[in-house]
Design a protein around this ligand. Structure first.
Ligand SMILES: [Zn+2]
Length: 457
């Protein structure tokens, strides 16, 4: 060995290089045994499978070698100050930490310290590396949580193993999900004021002032009370997840700003919307407020966005019209079609009073129809000021909440309404929170908070 090589070997990087070469040799031996046997002609799929099976061991060993060289100082440490009281503590023993990262399993023998005064055990290496107390490290926890935000816990476990070669139990995935979900609070799931400003600026590309659309609605989620141990599950019931989606309508594109949905009451919905409104600078925007006829959402949208143009969701409104038409004239009859068409045309031109006048003079075919006509009149009277679809179109405002409907379908229905799924309210809200974070691009931030709170001191 030349002098240069000998000097190099004393350096941690040189040592690391040697250790890795040893691991490569071991891996190559394994591959040679498997592949170069007489008569064997492995296919791409078989080779890929072989890599999957062997790489975990290889990378796990590399991982371990890297940590041992990079943090050699911490591995040899004899004394360390207690993180709680600063008292110098002597090393107790070497302690083996078994851990699994996305690269595979590895084991770290590192010194362990214990402060008698605080009854507190700690490892400075764990702090430096941000090692999770769980066996599966934060990189696995982050991907695991991301996975079960999309698919049920049981199939999530299978899918995860299938795609990553990491077998995780559905219990682990569920438990980790709940712990991470506890950090999916509104403050962090909503993008910051600066981030929102950047998104708004991106759309403000011409003299056309972009329209900020605030669309609210409710979706029903099947819930059940939390069952105590050895106790029968309580009766389930449907509760309303109230939420909103805020997006920007540019000249030819839609830019998502924020979504937020929770199983909650009206007051909480109002508080949440108000927090989000406080992060949006409303001065250079035109604002459109979209919703169905529910009073609770209008009250809060108007309070939070007083300059907003109120628009009754067109599709929701048209649904009411169709219902009455079918009852009164019979489905798909010529009269039914004509009446729907002329009524909607009037509503387009904001002639709400005209439509109400016509309804009041209608001779209902039966009592059910009479009741539906009465309801439609009330609905139109309540929302009179919000019906002006032609004007909305000319001004570049949306008339239907396709935006929130698709967000709702994506965030609520696809995961929350799977058959057989009943949600404990808290877990359901964590699920909604994580899914909104993913949709809003803030999942990294939420996970970082969880990681920080669960990292060693
Ligand atoms: Zn102490």
């Amino acid at each position: 060995m030349g002098l240069a090589a000998r000097i190099l070997e004393r350096e941690p990087t040189g040592k690391f290089r040697h250790m890795i070469h040893d691991e490569v040799d071991k891996w190559v031996d394994q591959i040679i045994d498997e592949v170069f046997e007489d008569g064997k002609q492995p296919t791409v799929m078989e080779l890929s499978q072989l890599f999957s099976e062997t790489k975990q061991k290889f990378f796990g060993a590399c991982f371990q070698a890297l940590v041992e060289q990079k943090y050699a100082g911490l591995l040899d440490q004899e004394y360390a100050p207690c993180p709680q009281c600063d008292k110098m503590c002597k090393k107790r023993r070497g302690n083996l930490k078994q851990m699994v990262t996305m690269q595979g399993p590895s084991a770290l023998k590192r010194p362990w310290f214990y402060c008698v005064d605080c009854s507190y055990g700690f490892s400075p290496l764990d702090k430096a590396l941000e090692i999770s107390r769980k066996k599966y490290q934060f990189d696995v926890q982050k991907k695991s949580t991301r996975t079960v935000a999309e698919v049920p816990f049981s199939s999530g476990s299978e899918l995860f193993a299938e795609l990553t070669d990491q077998p995780l139990s559905d219990h682990f995935m569920h438990d980790t999900f709940e712990k991470v979900g506890a950090y999916a609070c509104l403050e962090d799931v909503v993008p910051s004021q600066d981030e929102i400003a950047t998104r708004c600026q991106g759309v403000n590309e011409s003299s056309w002032r972009p329209v900020l659309v605030v669309a609210s609605d409710g979706a029903h989620v099947p819930t059940r009370p939390k069952a105590k141990r050895n106790e029968k599950r309580g009766q389930g019931r449907w509760q309303e997840a109230k939420g909103f989606r805020i997006y920007l309508l540019g000249k030819d594109r839609i830019v998502h700003v924020v979504s937020w949905h929770q199983i909650q009451n009206e007051e909480q919905f109002g508080e949440d919307l108000s927090l989000v409104a406080s992060r949006i600078s409303q001065d250079n925007l035109r604002i459109g407020l979209l919703g169905d006829g529910a009073d609770w959402l209008w009250k809060h949208m108007v309070a939070c966005f007083p300059k907003g143009r109120q628009i009754l969701d067109y599709f929701h409104c048209a649904e009411h019209i169709h219902k009455v038409a079918k009852l009164q004239y019979g489905e798909k009859s010529q009269k039914c079609l004509e009446w729907v068409e002329s009524t909607i045309a009037r509503l387009n031109y904001a002639e709400v009073d005209n439509v109400i006048w016509g309804l009041q003079r209608m001779k209902p075919s039966d009592s059910l129809t009479k009741e539906e006509i009465r309801k439609l009149i009330g609905y139109l009277q309540n929302n009179r000021e919000r019906i002006h679809y032609r004007g909305d179109r000319i001004g570049g405002y949306p008339i239907g909440s396709g935006g929130i409907e698709s967000a709702n379908k994506f965030i609520c229905h696809t995961r929350m309404k799977r058959s057989g799924a009943w949600w404990v309210k808290e877990t359901g809200n964590e699920m909604l929170g994580i899914r909104c974070a993913i949709y809003n691009g803030t999942y990294d931030k939420v996970f970082e908070k969880y990681k920080k709170a669960n990292s060693p001191q």
